[in-house]
Design a protein around this ligand. Structure first.
Ligand code: UDP
Length: 319
């Protein structure tokens, strides 16, 4: 099979490229490197079945040849990332999604949209099921991302209904693991880096807001199953780990696991509309995809902390 991964140089995208190469696909990664990093793909650079195309999917796509699978992951995804690039974020999810859907239609490829738990906004239903429509500020500063993804979902369903494109949508809940960008400002990269380097762990707000963290290998398995399971056309799946924790609890766990003596400090929220609670209901993914997360928080964090340590040591070797 020949698979296209937009956003393949990103954290999740690069793990997906690895997985597709491992199963024998020819893989084309399309990325404009706005937030992705070629370093995530260095090990695939000379692989005979891997090709990197530095393209911006907001522009008209000129990718040649047949495709069997189109995974559309391209978008800034961390709050500091999309707050820095709001227009690119809105457009890659709008115009970029349109181009990717057109390509899937043209090549009769299966399509998967990487959507987000952010479509639920600051949810009033808990845990979030796929049927919940969300509570989103349509023009707040996060709207470039959450409304962008909602629009991407709407476009995807138009292509399913009007053009019979074989597309599905997955809503990704906070994913973490090796290769997450140490500088993208998210909870895990920030807390792990701070804990390892002895800096204070910066909890935004009162730290009582919750998140549910899913380890990247579990998420990749969910993406593959959503794409490959028959009967998933037009279906929407939450993919996440329902192990819900407060942000303060996560700071304490990470500090302890890193063996750090950093203090925990409270800082003002960096963005408006930070969701108070977030936890996936994964009943549907369990039933229809036979999927559930296998990697617990302590195992996933141990792997992640180890990876961040190695990164920091490579960047600044100990004398
Ligand atoms: N957060 C925090 N300190 C940090 C980074 C994030 O307290 O250094 C909080 C953030 O305010 C949010 C949660 O952790 O409540 C998760 O933030 P993240 O940026 O990882 O992603 P989000 O779930 O908001 O998209």
């Amino acid at each position: 099979m020949r698979s296209l991964v937009s956003g393949g140089a990103g954290f999740i995208g690069s793990h997906l490229c690895d997985r597709l190469i491992a199963r024998g696909d020819d893989v084309v990664c399309a990325d404009n490197l706005v937030t992705g990093q070629f370093g995530n793909l260095k090990h695939l650079q000379s692989h005979p079945r891997f090709q990197f195309a530095r393209v911006d999917v907001i522009e008209q796509l000129t990718l040649e040849g047949p495709f069997d699978r189109v995974f559309h992951l391209a978008s800034p995804a961390s709050p500091p990332g999309y707050l820095r690039k709001p227009l690119e974020t809105a457009l890659v999810n709008g115009v970029g999604t349109y181009h990717m859907l057109q390509l899937a239609r043209d090549r009769a490829a299966r399509f998967l949209l990487a959507s987000t738990s952010e479509v639920y906004g600051d949810p009033l239903v808990h845990p979030q099921t796929e049927n919940y429509w969300g509570n989103v500020n349509p023009n707040g500063e996060r709207s470039c991302y959450d409304e962008g993804k909602r629009y991407a979902e709407a476009l995807t369903m138009i292509f399913v209904r009007q053009f019979a494109v074989d597309a599905r949508i997955v809503r990704i809940f906070n994913c973490y693991g090796p290769r997450s960008d140490p500088n993208d400002g998210r909870l895990v990269p920030n807390f792990v880096t701070q804990a390892i380097t002895g800096q204070p762990l910066t909890v935004y707000g009162d730290g009582k807001q919750t998140r549910s963290l899913c380890y990247v290998s579990d998420l990749i398995e969910g993406l593959i199953r959503a794409m490959e399971t028959s009967g998933t056309t037009g279906r929407v799946f939450n993919l996440g780990n329902p192990d819900e924790r407060t942000v303060l609890d996560l700071a304490e766990v990470i500090r302890e696991m890193a063996g750090s003596r950093s203090e925990i400090v409270f800082r003002p929220m960096i963005s408006q509309d930070d969701p108070r609670r977030r936890c996936p209901d994964i009943t549907r993914a369990r039933a229809e995809l036979g999927w559930s997360p296998m990697v617990g928080l302590s195992q996933g964090l141990a792997e992640t902390i180890e990876w961040f340590r190695r990164q920091l040591e490579t960047a600044a070797p100990r004398s």
